[in-house]
Write a protein that binds this ligand. Structure first.
Ligand code: BTN
Length: 327
């Protein structure tokens, strides 16, 4: 259920005065609706999980918001123009937010539409892998984009997302998040987040891009699935403190929109500079596992399309579009 119109305004008023009584008279005057309508809207808001006390002569008191990624929580204080502002779809459980976002994009959903889930039954990672995450512990979301760019440049969206996520994590939580090409966010050798970018083309233009993020936030270290316990980490594990998922989501979306606009108006230079500063891959000796072969060599650079440039031992320069890098 998503609140709309007056109901959202009512929640925003109570939300901005959390812990304080707000009289029914003030609410009904401010919103231009009857006291009976206020009480009906309050009942609907409580159904979402908000704790609201009411008392005759005092009015209404919001004491607690639910720890859910509800649209009404996300938009509260979200400093973006489009990203997450044109529509948010929230699922308690879905197969995969990327799949849901793709379906919406096919039906014409606009750029900036956000699909979030508390849990996924078929979360997808790169190369047919799955993404495993406990319910309500982190962020699982996908964004619909309709960039005006050549398909060969779509890798930049992944790099740009990685920069946005790493910056938001460092700023909001202090964890030492680093980027591993092309789409992993690591702390030390452990993975904190992964990005899955999927694109649909029409002729030679991008129709839509779905960018999906899985980020482990409040997962206790021993709660990770057996398969990933040794290689996964969470903000809680790294910072020894839980963090607000919704606040982190807002911070990521706001960094994302800033970089996305820069990419569209000024090109990739500043994104690539930030990416290189946040990744420690340039200059390193790496092994890249690709579909048909493995390559070893030294990373020379990232090119303006986001392609990894590796010099092998024979001195040849190789352009790596996709693969798994180890170093
Ligand atoms: C990877 O590291 O291989 C990418 C993982 C991406 C996982 C996220 S979770 C939200 C979104 N929905 C999906 O099914 N996948 C992405």
């Amino acid at each position: 259920m998503t609140l709309s119109g007056k109901r959202q305004d009512l929640l925003s008023t109570l939300r901005s005065r959390t812990g304080l009584w707000v009289s029914g008279e003030e609410l009904s005057g401010g919103l231009g609706i009857s006291r009976a309508a206020i009480s009906k809207h309050i009942a609907a808001i409580k159904e979402l999980g908000y704790a609201i006390t009411s008392a005759p002569g005092k009015g209404y008191l919001l004491t607690e918001a639910p720890d859910l990624l509800l649209p009404e929580e996300i938009v509260f204080g979200l400093a973006t123009d489009t990203i997450g502002k044109v529509g948010i779809v929230h699922h308690h459980l879905t197969d995969s937010t990327n799949t849901q976002a793709r379906d919406l994009a096919r039906q014409g959903a606009p750029e900036g539409t956000l699909v979030v889930a508390e849990a996924q039954s078929a979360g997808r990672g790169r190369k047919g892998r799955s993404w495993l995450a406990g319910s309500g512990e982190g962020l699982l979301f996908s964004l619909i984009l309709r960039p005006d760019m050549e398909p060969s440049r779509a890798a930049l969206i992944t790099l740009m997302t990685a920069v946005s996520v790493a910056e938001a994590l460092i700023r909001e939580t202090g964890v030492n998040a680093r980027i591993k090409w092309p789409n992993d966010i690591l702390v030390g050798r452990k993975k904190l987040a992964g990005i899955l970018t999927e694109m649909s083309m029409e002729l030679d233009a991008v129709d839509y891009v779905i960018v999906g993020l899985g980020l482990n936030i409040n997962t206790p270290p021993d709660a990770f699935h057996d398969e990933i316990r040794e290689i996964a980490t969470s903000v809680l594990a790294e910072a020894s403190a839980p963090f607000s998922r919704v606040a982190l989501l807002r911070a990521i979306l706001s960094r994302f929109e800033a970089h996305y606009n820069t990419l569209a108006t000024q090109g990739p230079e500043s994104i690539l500079t930030r990416w290189k500063a946040l990744s420690d891959i340039v200059g390193r000796r790496v092994r890249v596992s690709m579909m048909r072969e493995d390559v070893e060599g030294r990373v020379i650079d990232i090119d303006p399309d986001g392609v990894l440039l590796v010099e092998n031992d024979a001195g040849e320069s190789l352009r790596i579009l996709s693969g798994d890098v180890t170093y």
